[in-house]
Design a protein around this ligand. Structure first.
Ligand code: MSP
Length: 503
């Protein structure tokens, strides 16, 4: 199985992406780039979730049509992903006609198979979440039901609707969630399992009357209804891989699909999505990789809390995409929310990128140019350093293989610290011919650069080019075989930032 298909959630374009969206997207990008380095056939999908009440209201507020707004915002999102060096292969939009057709055909198929039926529905609805909250799920503020995520009053809605028979999939879901290790880390699987065990599974409404929500895909056989935005959105993962247009391509990638999602949308990506797939006779995803939130002073970063950190500020403060990508990858955490502030981000950037990686590259490059005119020929790699490089590289590969990007990065930072210590201890500047020391150090820099390439692709390419080596498959790297390094420049990769007090 040499394909690797990875997806991000598709984002609601009712504002530009912020640090929280970048967090998910950069993580997916690092995994995509790592898989490409391992010579896999990668397909990386991201995009926007363009239908539904949230977008409809956002457009009304701007005095524009929803279509105008989503068209503009698609450009805005693409532009941010470009500036963050996100190497997606396809940008899906739920207003794509091919996608809309998949949504309609799937809805019809489920109706014909008896998984969809019409009935009355009443309940409390959150427009921001685009979902109904059941008793027990919402919080009460002064006796009124409030959305637990957005802390806003819920609207009571009553309507005839189409239901999806989620309840039929209870045993299937429990069996899969208990045994198949699809959801990672496993604690999230347990979370869903215990919710199903405790609350059971109710059928869910998957359409809205067109007079309430006009902006969406119509129910094909009943145009007075619009298909629920989550049903529409989840199907992006199959449309994007060519489900309707190129079945062989779809099959090739689908067998190894990885969905990256925040824990807020875990339920949709397990209970709901797995059941829809089962009902459509499509195999379940290989992995659902779930992460926790970026928080600031204890609150989830987002538009609702008003504590957004903009991608523009990050890009300018940390000198372009590499700095931002590194920081986000470094604080990435699947299980625990990560508190971020400029103070913390400055410290990571300065200590690790500037003082550890940048410093070693600069020092070794400058020494090589001064002492040996930049030409460092092959020598036996220092035995201890060789062992350290090999060990750290293996741990890195293992961690990346377990989707543990921050753990893998930390390992390489340790290696780079060992490199800096080796310079201090061996004092190559005092030697007439420090070839052995410098060759050993360059091997360490080469391995570090290759392994960090998925996170800081620009800096990695620059070092590889200036020092004369190739960014290659890290699983195939061999030490002590490169004939010669040819150092043309000792670049300053990361200019330090002036530390700022907390945000
Ligand atoms: N449109 C739906 C997803 C549909 S996928 C079929 C949606 N969109 S969203 O714009 O609200 O973005 C959700 C995703 O953005 C979250 O699942 C998470 O991955 C990411 N994040 C947004 N804010 C975040 C943080 N503060 N921290 C971490 N991730 C965050 O839900």
């Amino acid at each position: 199985m040499n394909t690797f298909y990875i997806t991000t959630p598709i984002y609601y374009p009712n504002g530009p992406p912020h640090i929280g969206h970048a967090y998910t997207t950069v993580y997916a990008d690092v995994l995509a780039r790592f898989a490409r380095l391992l010579e896999k056939d990668v397909f990386f999908l991201t995009g926007n979730d363009e239908h539904g009440l949230k977008i409809q209201r956002f457009a009304e507020k701007l005095g524009k049509t929803p279509k105008e707004v989503v068209d503009e915002m698609a450009t805005v999102y693409r532009d941010y992903w470009l500036r963050l060096n996100i190497s997606y292969d396809y940008f899906i939009r739920t207003t794509d006609s091919v996608h809309e057709k998949v949504v309609m055909d799937s809805f019809r198929k489920l109706y014909e198979k008896g998984y969809v039926y019409k009935d009355k529905y009443g309940g409390f609805y959150c427009v921001e979440c685009e979902k109904y909250y059941l008793p027990g799920e919402y919080v009460e503020v002064e006796g009124k039901p409030y959305c637990p995520i957005h802390n806003k009053p819920l609207e009571y809605l009553e309507e005839e609707t189409y239901y999806f028979k989620l309840s039929e999939f209870k045993d299937f879901l429990l069996q899969v969630l208990r045994n198949d290790k699809i959801v990672y880390p496993e604690e999230y699987s347990l979370e869903v399992t215990s919710r199903i065990e405790k609350e059971g599974l109710r059928d869910i409404s998957i359409a809205r009357p067109v007079e309430r929500v006009s902006w969406g895909v119509k129910v094909p056989f009943d145009p007075s209804y619009v298909i629920y935005v989550w049903f529409d959105a989840l199907l992006n993962y199959i449309t994007g891989a060519g489900y309707a247009t190129d079945p062989s391509r779809f099959e090739k990638y689908w067998v190894n699909v990885h969905h990256v999602v925040g824990k807020d949308i875990l339920w949709f990506h397990t209970a709901v999505w797995f059941s829809i797939l089962k009902a459509l006779d499509i195999p379940l995803p290989k992995k659902v990789l779930v992460h926790a939130f970026l928080i600031n002073k204890g609150l989830k970063i987002g538009k609702s809390a008003g504590n957004v950190i903009s991608i523009d500020d990050l890009l300018s403060r940390y000198n372009g995409p590499d700095g931002v990508r590194y920081i986000l990858s470094r604080v990435f955490n699947m299980s625990k929310d990560s508190e971020v502030s400029f103070e913390l981000m400055d410290a990571i950037y300065n200590d690790e990128l500037a003082d550890t990686y940048g410093n070693l590259v600069r020092r070794v490059g400058a020494l090589a140019m001064k002492k040996l005119k930049g030409k460092i020929y092959r020598r036996e790699v220092d035995k201890k350093l060789n062992e350290q490089i090999t060990l750290r590289l293996n741990t890195y590969l293992e961690r990346m293989g377990n989707y543990d990007v921050p753990g893998a990065i930390i390992e390489i930072m340790e290696l780079l610290r060992e490199g800096n210590a080796y310079v201090n201890n061996t004092r190559p500047w005092e030697k007439e011919d420090p070839s052995k020391e410098l060759y050993s150090l360059l091997e360490l820099i080469r391995v570090s650069t290759i392994t960090l390439a998925p996170v800081i692709p620009n800096a990695a390419s620059k070092v590889a080019e200036e020092f004369g080596f190739r960014i290659e498959n890290p699983a195939r790297v061999q030490l002590g075989v490169l004939e010669r390094y040819n150092i043309r420049n000792a670049p300053i990769l990361f200019k330090k930032v002036m530390p700022q007090q907390s945000t």
